[in-house]
Ligand binder design. Structure first.
Ligand code: ADP
Ligand code: ZN
Length: 438
């Protein structure tokens, strides 16, 4: 174990595996008891004859039913709550990247615990009360706003609710307030850097930045490295989802060797999305999470649809909270083209290997003569100006590298920087215009 000051909550962060599991069993029993106040779970548990005493080990979680996003939609807006509405102080709704929105309720205790979890993550990557934290993420229903705001304040940092957008003002704030840490979606960090370049601002020379928290959308290791190089600071992967509160579910430590999921707050399972049976450590499957200390709306075995795998349960940082690989994408992000399964992140990984390219890209799927086709549009990096001949040869190299990865030949279009639509929230990477989907 490192020096105690490395941990914000040493009593929870430094638990042994045995201690983690003991706590999880206790908290799961309490959660089941509490869920009997939710009309949804009461009915399910009674039908299945489930009692808190049935849980003797963490593996007994498998006796419990799964919960899906559809269940949240079916019980919209308040049918999942385990407390009366008068006890709730906040409502968040998922940003609805896929399908209808869902509602998540919070009591004051939930909000406090959520702030504690985010504060723990930020402390883990070296942030302290004397840091200045600029939250350049959307506010409102998007939990990346208030979630990081409360967490950063809980840690005691001067917290700037800059929100996303107005990039010139963001850069002014970074310089004037001596911002040392920023939270934003990866695509927005790239945007900030583009505008810094236009303004002649060098983050290494002109700012005090030392940490970036990037997350909320899938991004490749290659994209993270790009962001670190261009900003001259460490970028840590932050994972969360509205259903589990928001940010603070998992975060990388300084080792940057996977996402530590906080197992005092969640039971983590990885299952085969078809059979729903557990997969072996190291195998990719669907992430399933059970909340262990939620009051307003505990969720049992929630199927996140995010695909990942277990990397390990120990770490040189001294924390034994499970480490999972960065998300490969959601099961519903998977594109099936001519029978081949492809994730957008596979394409990103290849594009990022070309230094001539920026991190902005868009994949468009079309049907031409009854065949699926893919066009990959990608912007050139700042300062790259190539002759027509060199452009063609670069496009050819990219096409070949993509074909090796996805086994199909996409049509690659190179664009000048700033041509593709910019988003301040989660980036839209795929446009599916195929006739069958219309
Ligand atoms: P919505 O479900 O409407 O997109 P959320 O903001 O709750 O709204 O999004 C949560 C989802 O965002 C996760 O289930 C996951 O797919 C994605 N996500 C969040 N953080 C990360 C991350 N660090 N890496 C990859 N995907 C992420
Ligand atoms: Zn670690």
């Amino acid at each position: 174990m490192l020096d105690k000051s490395e941990y914000l909550h040493p009593d929870k962060e430094c638990l042994s595996r045995q201690e983690i599991e003991k706590l999880q069993v206790e908290r799961l029993q309490a959660t089941i008891r509490h869920c009997m106040n939710s009309p949804f779970y009461k009915k399910k548990f009674e039908e299945m004859g489930i009692k808190p005493e049935d849980i003797k080990t963490v593996a007994d979680v498998r006796k419990l039913p799964f919960t899906t996003k559809q269940d949240l939609r079916d019980t919209y807006p308040f049918g999942m709550a385990s407390v009366p509405l008068e006890k709730c102080v906040r409502l968040h709704s998922s940003s609805g990247t896929t399908g209808n929105p869902t509602v998540i309720l919070h009591t004051q205790k939930d909000i406090d615990e959520w702030a504690n979890a985010v504060a723990r993550c930020l402390h883990m990557v070296g942030l302290r009360p004397n840091d200045v934290f600029q939250n350049s993420s959307g506010y409102g229903m998007f939990t990346g706003g208030l979630g990081f705001q409360y967490g950063a304040e809980r840690l005691g940092m001067l917290t700037v609710p800059a929100a996303a957008g107005n990039t010139l003002r963001q850069i002014k704030f970074i310089k004037d307030f001596g911002t040392t840490a920023i939270h934003a979606v990866p695509s927005y960090v790239t945007r900030i850097k583009e505008v810094m370049d236009q303004q002649g601002v060098d983050p290494r020379r002109d700012t005090k930045l030392k940490v970036l928290a990037i997350g909320a959308e899938p991004h490749s290791e290659e994209q993270r490295k790009r962001i670190e190089e261009m900003m001259g600071v460490k970028a840590y992967n932050s994972f969360g989802m509205s259903e589990m509160c928001g940010p603070g579910v998992a975060f990388e430590c300084k080792e940057q060797n996977g996402l530590h999921f906080w197992e005092d707050y969640y039971i983590v399972e990885i299952v085969d999305p078809e059979t729903l049976e557990p997969v072996k450590d190291g195998e990719i499957g669907e992430l399933v999470l059970t909340t262990l200390n939620r009051e307003a709306m505990p969720l049992i075995r929630y199927r996140t649809r995010d695909l990942t795998r277990v990397l390990g349960r120990t770490c040189p940082c001294g924390r034994n909270h499970i480490r999972l690989d960065r998300m490969k994408g959601r099961s519903d992000d998977m594109m099936v083209l001519r029978g081949v399964n492809i994730f957008p992140i596979q394409i990103e990984k290849i594009l990022m290997q070309f230094k001539e390219l920026s991190t902005n890209y868009l994949i468009t799927l079309t049907t031409d003569n009854d065949n699926d086709n893919m066009t990959v549009e990608v912007e050139l990096a700042a300062g790259i100006h190539l002759s027509e001949v060199l452009l063609q040869s670069l496009a050819k190299d990219i096409t070949r590298a993509l074909k090796d990865e996805i086994l199909l030949t996409p049509h690659v279009k190179l664009l000048t920087l700033g041509t593709l639509p910019q988003t301040e929230g989660k980036a839209v990477r795929v446009k599916d215009l195929r006739t069958v989907y219309q």
